[in-house]
Design a protein around this ligand. Sequence first.
Ligand SMILES: [Zn+2]
Length: 573
Amino acid sequence: MTATVPREGQLWSRCGACATLLYRKRLRRNLDVCPECGAHARLDAPERLLQLVDPGSFTPLPDRPAEVDPIGFVDLLPYPHRLTAARAGTGLAEAVVCGTATIGRHPCALAVMDFRFLGGSLGCAVGELITRAAEQALADEVPLILVTASGGARMQEGALSLMQMATVSQAIAALREAGLLTVSVLTDPTYGGVAASFATNTDVLVAESGARMGFAGPRVIRQVTGRPLPEGFQTADFLLRHGQVDMVVPRHALRGRLAALLAAAGAGRRPASRPGVPRQELPPTTPVGAAPTDAGQAGPAGGDAWETVRLARHPGRPTTLDYLETAFDGFVELHGDRLGADCPAVVGGLARLGGRAVVVIGHQKGHTTAELVGRNFGMASPAGHRKALRLMRLAARLGLPVVTLVDTPGADPGVNAEEQGQAAAIAENILALTVLPTPVVAVITGEGGSGGALALAVADRVLMFQHAVYSVISPEGCAAILWPDRGAAPQAARALRLTAPDLCRLGVVDGLVPEPAPAAHHDPEAAARSLREAVLAHLLPLLDVPPATLVRRRRQRFRRFGAARLGARTGAR
Ligand SMILES: [Zn+2]
């Protein structure tokens, strides 16, 4: 599909697509696009910047990422070793290069990802750097351009990397509110947590020719469905055909197209008449949670992490509909996304909790095989995410708080889900929650699986059942990538820090919901009482907070996950 960028010093290189032997200088003159077959080789961030911006106009942001290893992650190698190797191999400090520049003499801020650096993965430092690029755009009142190239969230930073999806999304939301244009240039490949957040929640999506973008990767989808994928699946042309990008642009035309977009955005701006844009409050400087003290192999006190994973997935565990019958009263279920579907994996509607009206939205699994299959194992389709979005907005209109119950292995990784825009559907929910002007309390009741979980969990308070798990990737998925085989899932579960006590320590979770001994499925009534008490205790104080304050604090909550991982600023702004 794509060629590799030729190394310095080589005179010749072979096109990865058509295997033609090409003179390197000729290939470079042609912007690393094969003159024979038109294949676009992957570019590193420095080369991409050279091609996109006006010569000499790029000024890097002064921010430098610090050494990070927030969860003390070890697979076959300690995470810091992998970071050191990535830095040596790329000459970059992190997987993104940020700065300001002009394109066709129009000023803008840019964040350009580099796939060579740990697969362009989104970790705390990357999230913080892109957020600062967005804030620079806000301060300078210029458009923001994101050039994406990523496999997804960085699993070596556990749930903290998942939080970056919200951190960057809310920075995009601030630009939306200020009326500043945001553009994503999707390059090959853009997947997972990056696709399901800032890559798709910008105003204009430009796909470079040959780029592939999606929520779930082709390997995962093939594994789940057991069927070959359609021709051209997830390619730029596929995305255009399914209404998911605005345009497909060959590399030679990219700079001109961006210049035209920036010109149009500039023509529409009337800075004099626009109200002042408030800068986001600076995040607290205290670090989020203390780094774990053990070396990454021991589970939390009171139980092994893998044992907790098994409890969290237990088919007897109360489901969202069970809790709606027991912990809540008067549930009225509302159906449909109003766009053509009703996803059975997400349920929601109006209910009362302790006598107060709330909107409840949750993933629905089931207890029997038939129920699980009927509910797609709690894996939401894009229609499920859009139904949830509709209910969130309804809650805001009616002035009702939102309670979400999260229990999903992850978003649906299917062919149809990709065709219907799974990544963008998740991204839109994350962004909508960062600005929702009503209290939101999320409870991880069972499995909190990656972006699918976060799509319901950007909240003022995030609570977690004692034996629930919340993770950027399943232990099996992590083991398959970083260990020699899936059998290493128990080790991966420990390394990922996915238990409630671990996530409380890291600040990802605000409170633990106790379960009846030995676990919720042994006494569902007691679990329901526990849920009701915990949600009310966290929700009631939020009801008196003015909506603007609520939203500001929610943004601060998600901002600090990045800020805590970044070293001191080296320059003033
Ligand atoms: Zn070729």
